[in-house]
Each structure stands twice: as structure tokens, then as C-alpha cells.
Design a protein around this ligand. Structure first.
Ligand code: RP5
Length: 172
């Protein structure tokens, strides 16, 4: 069912189509940076509903702690998975349709009350942030991940300082 990366996976990454992979690889890249283990699964709420439900129902007992879901167009995948698990589900709207992700943004973020999906930005930035949010959730019980997140934020700030030097002299 799934491709596993680095031991027992803590994060499940699910996407609705192999065409979503280039965006979802950004989430994998960030989890790799933090040495967080994950598995990657292809399943569609529409084309393979049975497989999707089996995935969601078994996620917790298989040891996953967070699920990241990317889907495009009329994107029901994150909501369907969230309906069958108590694990936190982070949704990434994929810009794969003629509406450039506005359709998937609305169908992922506008969950009716009772079944939350933590919805990120459309596309690659959303995939990146989904992975960081997953690490933040895991960090609640991991001092190492907390420290790694602090370092990550420091690096982001340093990059701005460095890039700022190339732009010109500012007040700070
Ligand atoms: C969604 O439909 C997938 O998540 C994908 O973003 C979109 C298009 O899928 P393909 O037709 O490229 O397989 O279910």
C-alpha cells in the first residue's frame, strides 16, 4: 500500500493522484530534514474509496501520529480520511485543475463542523507548511524536535539577513 521511509512511520502522507507527487515531495523533503519517519500512499476518495477508508481506519493502530493529505479539484480526500480517524489531518489543496487550486482550497478548508482538516496554502508552500506543522505536533512530546524547530526558525531568520545584505542598506 505504501512506500516507507526511515523506520516505523510517524507521519502518513497521502495523495489523490500520482500527478500530485511533485507538490507532495516538498513535504517529504522537509520531513527528511527533521529526520521524521513517514510513509507515502496513493489513494483517491473518488476512484478508490475502499482503499482510502481502509487507510484511514488502520492509520492509528499502525502507529501514525499525524496524516498529511494532498488532493486537487473537488478534493474530498482529506475530509474522508479525517472522518475515519482521530489523528490530526493536515490538508494541502493541490493546484492541478483549471481553477488552479481554488476548488481544492475551498473543498478542503470548508469542512462542516465536527470533522476538522487543518488546511494549508495551495501548492508547494502548503506542502512545506504541512510538514512543518506535522513536526510541530510531534515536537509536543519530543525535546529533540523542539530544538530542531528552534534551529530551523533561526536559519530562516539568518537567510533573510544574508539575502538582505545583497539588496541594500536598511535600518536594521
Ligand atoms: C484529484 O484529482 C487528485 O488529487 C489530483 O490533484 C486531481 C487530478 O488527478 P489526475 O487526473 O491527474 O489523476 O483527485
Amino acid at each position: 500500500m505504501a512506500k516507507k521511509k526511515g523506520g516505523d512511520p510517524l507521519v502518513g502522507i497521502v495523495m489523490g493522484s500520482d500527478s500530485d507527487l511533485p507538490v507532495m515531495e516538498e513535504a517529504q523533503r522537509i520531513l527528511d530534514q527533521f529526520n521524521v519517519t513517514y510513509e507515502v500512499t496513493l489513494s483517491s476518495a473518488h476512484r478508490s474509496p475502499g482503499r482510502t477508508i481502509r487507510y484511514a481506519k488502520s492509520a492509528e493502530e499502525r502507529g501514525l501520529e499525524v496524516i498529511i493529505v494532498g488532493a486537487g479539484a473537488a478534493a474530498h480526500l482529506a475530509g474522508v480520511i479525517a472522518s475515519e480517524t482521530i489523528l490530526p489531518v493536515i490538508g494541502i489543496p493541490i493546484d492541478s485543475s483549471p481553477l488552479k487550486g481554488m476548488d481544492s482550497l475551498l473543498s478542503t478548508v470548508q469542512m462542516p463542523g465536527g470533522i476538522p482538516v487543518a488546511t494549508m496554502a495551495i501548492g508547494r508552500a502548503g506542502a512545506r507548511n504541512a510538514a512543518i506543522l506535522a513536526v510541530q505536533i510531534l515536537a509536543l512530546k519530543s525535546p529533540q524536535l523542539k530544538e530542531a524547530l528552534r534551529e530551523y526558525k533561526k536559519r530562516l531568520a539568518q537567510e533573510v539577513e544574508e539575502k538582505g545584505k545583497g539588496i541594500g542598506k536598511g535600518p536594521v
